[in-house]
Design a protein around this ligand. Structure first.
Ligand code: UD1
Ligand code: CA
Length: 456
């Protein structure tokens, strides 16, 4: 829509959130609230998106894509005042202006389209998106006149007891003819319970001047839920999570128990991957096809191939190839790359390390700052001793090497191709190709020691 400009209000502190962060950068399923709104708005292909920032504006600006325009509102004197700051930046070619708030992250692009179509189709000067709410507490109430057209919006705080009974509420999403917005904005005063310039006061001003205000009624009251408190944040998060799971199931993912599965809006998963209960998949994560993930897995910012099995494990900021078996109780920490066909078993921690194809670390080991080649077998209880108290050093284990149980590899050190390390050795020097390295004290035996001591 070339003739449409969008203004999103995001300058408020969000006092009721009781937080150091500006309200709109709190995340809902891995994405800042404001960016959920921006994403929905982009479905309309508007000519410009203007975000009004104010409280900790740098934090909000950092969260935003570079293609949105930001305008600063300082101090924050209310939603009407915020729109006043944005208006000079609205393109002269814009016939219509969509105004919405950055704290309603559940709103869908298709709903915004419907609002704009309703506005244009009805020939209104301004249209408000409204909804009937079972519990309208806290929201502005819609006042309708004789013929049913909207004549005013009264904030909850300013409403009398009769007005508080009205269940039709203001979603905070409006479509304006640009001239009407310009005409109305200057009229707003701050003589209300909050001492703020309410954008909603425009309605009465325009209605008094004979402009017909449309009310586009939405069925789904959840979609326009505003987040003012951390309780509301949790409710919105729950709804968004459910939406994400439904989308993924529609795309071919199997989810055994949607009630105990949490997947961010930023995650993509291929067909026939099965997600078992108690699993959290977060951040910038892409997962291929036919994996079995869970129960009890947390994955954050990872790229994962296909046909893997991962159970009761944590995997962060790492890449996993295909056909790996990970867990139970493995911890793959940032900067790791597990190439494919690997086994990373119980109580194994891998950090900033690479395991080439087919290598196995099956039990109780620490692989830190290591480069492990192909087809390497790492026994039980192996430790890559990577830290000398000041610096981290790397350990290299080349293709086909065999590291026995309970070996310490003291970095920097290199175990060359096909070498064997005997169990219990502490290796401090490089080991040559196909050699055996053994480092142990000689075993001593004291005959009848137990009897002499009178222990048996
Ligand atoms: C607002 C509406 C209310 C509606 C509800 C829907 C007004 C006066 N009231 O109330 O009718 O039912 O939303 O969720 O508009 N903001 C600024 N600058 C400011 C003040 C606020 O940019 O000076 C931004 C906030 O960052 C926020 C949005 O505007 O994203 C809404 O402000 P908020 O204080 O949450 O308004 P509500 O009390 O929820
Ligand atoms: Ca709000």
């Amino acid at each position: 829509m070339k003739d449409l400009s969008v203004i999103i209000l995001a300058a408020g502190k969000g006092v009721r959130m009781k937080s150091d962060l500006p309200k709109v950068v709190h995340r809902v399923c891995g994405r800042e609230m404001i960016n959920h709104v921006v994403e929905s708005v982009k479905a309309l292909e508007p000519s410009q998106v203007i975000v009004v920032v104010g409280y900790k504006s740098d934090v909000v600006k950092d969260a935003l894509d570079k293609d949105v325009i930001t305008v600063c509102q300082e101090p924050q004197l209310g939603t009407g005042h915020a729109v006043m700051q944005a208006l000079p930046h609205v393109s002269k070619d814009a016939k219509r202006v969509l105004v919405l708030y950055g704290d309603t992250p559940l709103v869908r692009g298709e709903t915004l389209k419907r609002l704009v179509d309703y506005h244009v189709g009805g020939g209104f000067g301004m249209t408000v998106l409204t909804v009937q709410m079972d519990n309208p507490e806290g929201y502005g109430r819609i006042i309708r006149g004789e013929g049913g057209s909207i004549t005013g919006i009264v904030e909850h705080r300013d409403a009398d007891s009769d007005q508080r009974k009205i269940r039709e509420i203001n979603s905070g999403i409006y479509c304006f003819d640009r001239e009407r917005l310009v005409q109305g904005i200057g009229s707003i005063k701050n003589d209300n319970a909050q001492g703020e310039y309410y954008l909603t006061d425009i309605v009465e001003f325009l209605s008094d001047r004979g402009i017909i205000i449309g009310g586009c009624v939405l069925d789904d009251e959840q979609e326009i839920m505003g987040v003012n408190t951390k309780h509301q944040l949790s409710m919105v998060q729950k709804i968004m999570n459910k939406r994400n799971l439904i989308r993924l199931m529609e795309e071919g993912v199997i989810i055994d128990d949607p009630d105990s599965t949490y997947i961010d809006s930023t995650v993509a998963i291929g067909i026939d991957t099965r997600i078992l209960p108690g699993t959290h998949i977060e951040g910038n994560t892409t997962i291929g096809q036919g994996n079995i993930i869970g129960p009890g897995v947390r994955i954050q910012n990872c790229t994962i191939g296909s046909g893997n099995e991962i159970e009761f494990s944590v995997v962060r900021d790492s890449d996993i190839g295909s056909l790996c078996k990970i867990g139970p109780y493995a911890h793959i920490r940032p900067g790791s790359s597990i190439k494919g066909g690997n086994r990373v078993g119980n109580f194994v921690e891998v950090k900033n390390s690479c395991l080439e194809e087919g290598s196995k670390v099956s039990h109780l080991s620490y692989i830190g700052d290591g480069d492990v080649g192909k087809g390497v077998n790492i026994g039980c209880g192996v430790v890559f001793v990577n830290y000398d108290g000041r610096k981290k050093h790397r350990t290299v284990v080349e293709d086909g090497a065999f590291i026995g149980c309970n070996v310490n590899l003291v970095a920097p050190v290199r175990v060359k191709k096909g070498a064997y390390i005997a169990a219990g050795s502490t290796i401090t020097k490089d080991v040559g190709e196909y050699s055996l390295a053994i480092e142990r004290g000689t075993q001593a035996e004291v005959k009848d020691w137990v009897k002499r001591k009178g222990l048996k």
